[in-house]
Design a protein. Structure first.
Length: 207
């Protein structure tokens, strides 16, 4: 998993509440278990019409937001089904941080597990950040995870809270597998003991 330390990028305003995971990535695109290639279908029904043409009024179809790395939304972002494809699609598009007043619990957890930082800020603060984002490419936001601040284009720093363990994992790029691999020496030592004392537990037959 790619570590998240400090990000300075274009923020896209999405002034919608209750954006569910089917809106983020429709169910018809869930046939794959690959984490790549889903970005083209991110917000498919919002980005494209029935004929597959781009909707010119959707924010991610306009410059400079085609290259957004931060998304700012309203309450209850990521509600609905628990599909992990939702953060996969956001990440594949290039979104590394989502800021909203609240998130659905499972989506919130899935973001951390996939290298996306979900930041909870009050609605009025999110609205101010959206106003910043509407200024375009010259108004980039900086997300400093180590210091736990969002830096607005005017230099104002907005603090945010994050669980200490999840912060550590993001800063070090550790997903569930990465955490396990940190204990590889202990795992190898245990398997060596089992292989010697009870080889049948590992499917090893005596010769």
């Amino acid at each position: 998993m790619q570590a998240f330390t400090t990000l300075t990028g274009i923020a896209a305003p999405l002034p919608l509440a209750n954006v569910d995971t089917d809106k983020i990535i429709p169910a018809r695109f869930l046939k794959t278990i690959k984490r790549t290639g889903l970005g083209v279908h991110l917000f498919d029904t919002l980005r494209f019409d029935g004929a597959g043409a781009e909707r010119p009024d959707f924010v991610l179809n306009t410059q400079p937001y085609r290259h957004a790395e931060v998304l700012i939304a309203h309450e209850n972002f990521g509600c609905g089904s628990s599909r992990e494809h939702a953060p996969w699609a956001l990440l594949d598009f290039g979104i590394r941080c989502v800021i909203a007043p609240s998130f659905a619990d499972i989506f919130h957890t899935n973001c951390f597990k996939n290298g996306i930082l979900p930041i909870v800020l009050p609605r009025e603060v999110c609205d101010r950040l959206m106003e910043d984002a509407e200024m375009g490419g010259n108004a980039r936001l900086t997300i400093d995870l180590a210091r736990q601040v969002v830096v607005r284009p005017n230099g104002e720093e907005v603090p945010f809270a994050v669980d200490a363990l999840r912060k550590h994992l993001l800063l070090n790029g550790l997903d569930d597998i990465g955490q396990t691999m940190q204990r590889a020496p202990a795992i190898d030592a245990y398997e060596a003991r089992v292989r010697q004392r009870a080889p049948w537990m590992l499917g090893i037959t005596a010769t």
